[in-house]
Design a protein around this ligand. Structure first.
Ligand SMILES: [Zn+2]
Length: 235
């Protein structure tokens, strides 16, 4: 699905897959945000990318965190020569696998990446027509990051598993579902702080790691998300 002229959603529930993968077609090649889970999802996302002639141009994969449903296919792109980026505090999980990537929960072997580069808050990538800024959002994992992209005149915030959203009656309300909090390095306080940080941003598009994207008053949704998180994790 095309989100803007150069930004695509290439995996997720609209294609029958659990986690979202986004592709941005830049002057310096195609960059992916997350890489999806296992064989089935990889096949599906490559089919979608073929429709848009993106499949052979992937030069970089930016992971939001190391959990298997987002990082499980990163090794395939590393093998093909793409640069893999991940929050520096999730880098060991990506290179070692095991409990930190939820190998047992997903019941499948995690293929590690040995040459990923660690990114940290404030790192900035310029792809010519597209820019990407790293924002540390620890909580869901120790090294979780969001990516704030500017592309096609839009500000797009990729949030990984920070939260997902769904609609509700009767007033077309948005229900925020904070990301799963059962991981071995989940930190409730850091998570709430990360929500507070994100609500200072005002993206036109929010692109989560699961569920649907949001287009509209991004800051309004981020403020609502921060309130939801505060209530959920109040001690
Ligand atoms: Zn996760």
């Amino acid at each position: 699905m095309r989100i803007t002229e150069h930004v695509y959603q290439v995996s997720g529930i609209i294609y029958g897959m659990n986690s979202n993968v986004y592709a941005i077609d830049t002057e310096s090649g195609v960059i992916l945000i997350d890489a999806g889970y296992a064989d089935k999802q990889y096949g599906s996302m490559m089919d979608v990318m073929k429709q848009y002639r993106l499949e052979s141009k992937v030069t970089a994969v930016f992971l939001t965190h190391a959990h298997l449903d987002h990082a499980g296919n990163a090794y395939r792109f590393e093998d093909k020569g793409a640069e893999i980026y991940i929050g520096h505090k999730d880098k060991d999980a990506l290179s070692q696998g095991g409990p930190a990537v939820l190998e047992k929960q997903f019941g499948t072997r995690f293929h590690t990446c040995q040459h990923a580069a660690g990114v940290k808050d404030g790192d900035f990538f310029d792809f010519g027509d597209v820019t990407l800024k790293v924002i540390d959002i620890p909580g869901h994992t120790a090294g979780a990051v969001a990516y704030l992209a500017e592309a096609d005149g839009k500000v797009i915030l990729f949030i990984g598993d920070m939260f997902s959203l769904q609609g509700a009656t009767p007033q077309d309300e948005i229900i925020i579902d904070p990301g799963w909090d059962g991981g071995p390095d989940f930190d409730a306080k850091k998570n709430v702080d990360s929500f507070e940080l994100l609500k200072t941003l005002n993206p036109q598009i929010i692109a989560p790691g699961h569920s649907s994207i949001y287009i509209g008053d991004g800051q309004g949704v981020l403020k609502k998300a921060a309130n939801t998180a505060k209530e959920r994790y109040r001690d």
